[in-house]
Ligand binder design. Structure first.
Ligand code: HEC
Length: 164
């Protein structure tokens, strides 16, 4: 190998290195442009549901105002605890399913909408109830509350699929 060949090699080699440096710069710019800002139009119910999940499990109530609020809360909790009256699909829906099926969170079919009646037409009531009990894709089994009975799930699905 004489000197001219060495020089030729170095020239080629350094141009390859320069090529790689340019490629790296392009990839960095590309990555930065893909990062983006958080979408201000993101689903607002997501934030509400997150708040709901991370809120404290209990609150301290004091004084007269506190006693009144406590009585109100106990009254509100009583029917849910009793849970032995006739099965009320609307109540089950409003207690749980509405959190996703009200606004269509995560692609949930919106209750009472055409999205829901279309599924009913395509799959039939038994299959919808079955999928609500066992879960389907993002839809959690029994909407995430394993205490709900098959009867309650069926009633809430019947309520959801009804056109109001
Ligand atoms: C955490 C959100 C969430 C909750 C809570 C929830 N669902 Fe869903 N549900 C979904 C999503 C998402 C889908 C769409 C699943 C799919 O088809 O990919 C769905 C689909 C359904 C379907 C259609 C199933 C099918 O076969 O097409 C029914 C029926 C249903 N849910 C009933 C209920 C009932 C009843 C409750 C309350 C007991 C409930 N859901 C609570 C998210 C939820």
């Amino acid at each position: 190998m004489d000197q001219t060949e060495d020089r030729k090699f170095l020239k080629k080699f350094s141009s390859i290195i320069v090529g790689f440096i340019i490629l790296t710069a392009v990839l960095i710019v590309l990555a930065l442009s893909m990062k983006g800002e958080p979408d201000p139009n993101a689903n607002p119910s997501q934030a509400i549901m997150t708040e709901e999940r991370i809120k404290p499990v209990a609150a301290v109530r004091v004084g007269e105002e506190g006693a009144a609020a406590l009585a109100q809360a106990q009254e509100a909790a009583a029917p849910a605890a009793a849970n032995d009256g006739p099965v009320d699909g609307e109540k089950v829906y409003n207690g749980l399913c509405v959190s996703c099926h009200g606004a269509g969170v995560a692609g949930a079919p919106i209750a009472h909408s055409e999205q829901m009646t279309q599924r009913l037409d395509e799959k039939g009531m038994d299959m919808l109830v079955n999928n609500a009990i066992n879960g389907i894709n993002v839809m959690p089994p029994r909407g995430g509350n394993p205490a709900l009975t098959d009867e309650e799930i069926r009633a809430s699905v019947e309520f959801m699929t009804k056109q109001l």
